[in-house]
Ligand binder design. Structure first.
Ligand SMILES: NC(=O)c1ccc[n+]([C@@H]2O[C@H](COP(=O)([O-])OP(=O)(O)OC[C@H]3O[C@@H](n4cnc5c(N)ncnc54)[C@H](OP(=O)(O)O)[C@@H]3O)[C@@H](O)[C@H]2O)c1
Length: 287
């Protein structure tokens, strides 16, 4: 299958492109090639490559940055997604789009299902939701994959931040009132590869299995790997104490049953703790 991946040089894109290339003819493009906010360019590129599927992993992902630059957030995450949908519709390509748990307000006591009403708390979430809504209106042949808390070899991520802080600080203060599922970009790439071969349309939640708070995630990282072998004090704090520009949902764990049903037996995403172990082992090997 011919597949065009947008955001190919992002954290997910850099795992996704080589993974899909084993089986498909993949064209990876990013902002240096063309900007998804340029409708004409998007249409031309999709026409030129004539892919059967376009995977849109391009986004403005700086959640706090979106608060101070909402125009940019909406331009990339909403209008950009709309442009890709228009380009796909005009060229009869299927659109697979990456979205986020931040479309929810996190007040639910149970994991969010695809049909639960969104209610974003921040500009990033609002702009990603607007992107979803454009896609749903413009192109029938679409799949929106909501995921969360990504970590991978090719981007700034929480795991690396904790390891770096552990080398420098005696104490690390981490929020303990936000819950989600850490998700390995390698595993998400595998899931997207599987979904390319399914007919599914609509919205789908895909994350690694299990859930934790950021504090619990940090504790697990340091249990697995403490590079300096130092005693680091990990202190749980509240989101209010951290006081970041963008408000985050308290419980945005996603219910992935629809994905599991679609993929069939033994095709589940593995528990995040297993993926973390593999990620840390890969980092160690590359030293
Ligand atoms: N990271 C997470 O925890 C997380 C959680 C939930 C959902 N998601 C979603 O998953 C997808 C992939 O995330 P990621 O973490 O891989 O993001 P990322 O590392 O920030 O990658 C996004 C890529 O898109 C590029 N880009 C930005 N604006 C663009 C534009 N106008 N035109 C073309 N390309 C543009 C970025 O280039 P620059 O780097 O030069 O800006 C970057 O290479 C995104 O849709 C994101 O919303 C991510």
């Amino acid at each position: 299958m011919k597949v065009l991946v947008l955001g190919a040089r992002g954290m997910l894109g850099k795992d996704l492109v080589p993974f899909l290339s084993a089986k498909h003819q993949v064209f990876g493009r990013d902002i240096d090639d063309f900007d998804i906010t340029d409708l004409q360019r998007v249409k031309n590129e999709i026409k030129t490559h004539s892919p059967q599927a376009v995977i849109n992993a391009a986004a403005y992902t700086d959640v706090d940055g979106c608060e101070s630059n909402p125009a940019m957030a909406f331009s990339v995450n909403a209008e950009g997604a709309r442009n890709v949908a228009l380009g796909c519709a005009a060229n009869k390509a299927r659109m697979i789009h990456l979205s986020t748990d931040y479309v929810f307000d996190g007040s639910s006591l149970s994991p969010y299902r695809e049909e639960d009403p969104p209610n974003p708390l921040n500009v990033y979430g609002l702009s990603k939701l607007k992107g979803e809504q454009y896609i749903e209106k413009i192109i029938q042949n679409h799949l929106i994959i909501r995921t969360q808390w990504l970590f991978g070899r090719h981007g700034k991520n929480f795991v690396d931040t904790i390891l770096r802080l552990a080398e420098r600080q005696e104490e690390i203060r981490i929020v303990n009132d936000q819950k989600g599922a850490p998700t390995f970009t390698k595993d998400l790439s595998w899931a997207i590869g599987g979904l390319l071969e399914k007919e599914a349309t609509g919205i789908l939640h895909v994350t690694n299995a299990g859930a934790c708070t950021w504090y619990e995630f940090a504790r697990q990282i340091l249990q697995e790997r403490n590079p300096a072998k130092r005693k680091v004090q990990l202190t749980p704090i509240s989101s209010t104490e951290l006081s970041r520009p963008a408000k985050r949902p308290a419980n945005s764990v996603l219910d992935c049953h629809r994905f599991e049903k679609l993929m069939g037996q033994n095709q589940k995403m593995r528990p995040w703790k297993e993926s973390l172990k593999e990620y840390l082992a890969c980092k160690e090997d590359r030293k």
